[in-house]
Design a protein around this ligand. Structure first.
Ligand SMILES: Cc1ncc(COP(=O)(O)O)c(C=O)c1O
Length: 401
């Protein structure tokens, strides 16, 4: 590696520090290129990517089919606006309808926008019935807009930014008593991640979901499943909620659905979709045709053999991480999650471990304080898992001293 090349990352990082809002705690890696589950930095160093663009790059980086679809679409048109009918949007909507079993799709640009749109549907539903309370849960993450923040509890994201939306409240996750004591005839909607990502790869308990849907039956509010991180096959099911045997009214997706391009969607029942009349909701870029053709490849691959692979490689990863848990019981408290969405729960802060992992060529991130989050591309192999586990073993051994 020449000195000239070696200085490239540092130079980019310094330039960023001088001109960009300093809102991100970035990993100190400036990217040169990425293929599959590998990222190469501007200094020529290669990393195993167990973060996948924070649960975005389901097919891995630079997937040839995504690349080809995007290139072909760009040659036809890149943007024409939602005043026109566009085959790429219709096709992806049809695929999502087929994969989800829900009849309607609205395209947005991001997860937060999908959250916002879903809440507008909820408020329309509630205002026609004189009920306004919308409920979120501790540890939940729904995006950075005011509607999303109003349903979240983490002080870092909210401090000094209030007031937030009225008639919103955040209840303790997995607390059946709190749920039963606060949900009533004023509740218009509940938004929930069945498998929390940012909250530390934390699953809702079956008991909690059963209680939620019993209350839904009693009071008739809407349930919105936030599948932005957990959806589109990441857990080995198309949606994380599937294993609970329930049917939410509205589902939000983003991240994986765009194949690396910005895209989000609201997937809904006919009744929920009908609450937004013509002109009531919209976006200039949502359902951009280039993002939609990339999304079509993602859904096709996921609904082909890939979801099966996610289950297999996910089971292998879980079993290998469990072995590591037994080797380092003082440092590792628990392994959580499934498929390509797992967390190594530590007894202490995860950030130093993540930093050390980086020096061993593995990219992951720390979330919820003490959790190493693993949300890799679905195309990772058992060999990649072995590489991750070996790097973790080295880091654990060194830190045990
Ligand atoms: C569960 C969940 N919902 C919503 C969002 C917001 O998505 P975006 O960052 O695309 O606005 C995220 C982002 O991390 C998420 O994990």
């Amino acid at each position: 590696m020449s000195d000239n090349i070696a200085s490239t990352s540092t130079a980019i990082i310094e330039r960023e520090h001088s001109v960009v809002f300093q809102t991100y705690r970035r990993i100190p890696v400036a990217i040169d290129h990425a293929i599959g589950a590998r990222i190469t930095d501007a200094d020529g160093r290669s990393y195993l990517d167990m973060l996948g663009g924070i649960a975005v790059n389901a097919l891995g980086h630079s997937h040839p089919r995504v690349f080809e679809a995007v290139e072909q679409q760009i040659r036809r048109y890149m943007h024409v606006s939602n005043v026109f009918y566009q085959e790429p949007q219709v096709r992806l909507a049809e695929q999502l309808v087929h994969a989800s079993g829900y009849p309607r799709v609205f395209f947005a640009n991001s997860g937060a926008e999908a959250t916002d749109g879903a809440l507008k549907i909820a408020r329309r539903f509630g205002s026609a019935r004189g009920r306004y309370d919308v409920i979120g849960f501790t540890g939940g993450f729904h995006g950075r807009t005011y509607a999303a923040l109003s349903l979240m509890d983490k002080p870092l994201y909210k401090d000094g930014m209030g007031p937030f939306l009225p008639n919103t409240l955040v209840l303790p996750f997995n607390d059946v008593d709190a749920l039963e004591s606060r949900v009533d005839e004023n509740t218009c909607a509940v938004m929930i991640e069945f498998l929390q990502g940012e909250g530390g790869i934390q699953s809702a308990t079956q008991e909690f979901i059963d209680a939620l849907f019993a209350l839904k039956q009693q009071y008739g509010f809407l349930v919105i499943a936030d599948e932005v991180q957990s959806g589109i096959g990441r857990t080995g099911d198309f949606f994380a909620f599937e294993k609970y045997g329930v049917r939410p009214d509205i589902i939000t997706v983003a991240k994986a659905i765009g194949g690396g391009l910005p895209l989000g969607a609201i997937i809904a029942t006919e009744e929920a979709a009908a609450l937004l009349d013509k002109g009531m909701h919209g976006t200039t870029y949502g359902g951009n045709p280039v993002a939609c053709v990339a999304g079509s490849v993602v859904v096709e691959e996921v609904c082909g053999d890939l979801m099966h692979h996610v289950r297999e490689v996910g089971n292998y990863m879980f079993s290998q991480l469990e072995l590591l848990h037994h080797e380092f019981p003082e440092q590792i408290r628990e392994i959580r999650g499934r498929g390509c969405m797992q967390g190594v729960v530590l007894s202490t802060d995860a950030a130093p471990y993540v930093q050390e992992l980086l020096t061993h060529g593995v990219i992951a991130n720390a979330t919820a304080g003490n959790v190493i989050r693993l949300v890799p591309p679905f195309v990772i192999t058992n060999d990649d898992v072995d590489e991750l586990v070996n790097a973790l073993r080295t880091v654990m051994s060194v830190s045990r001293g």
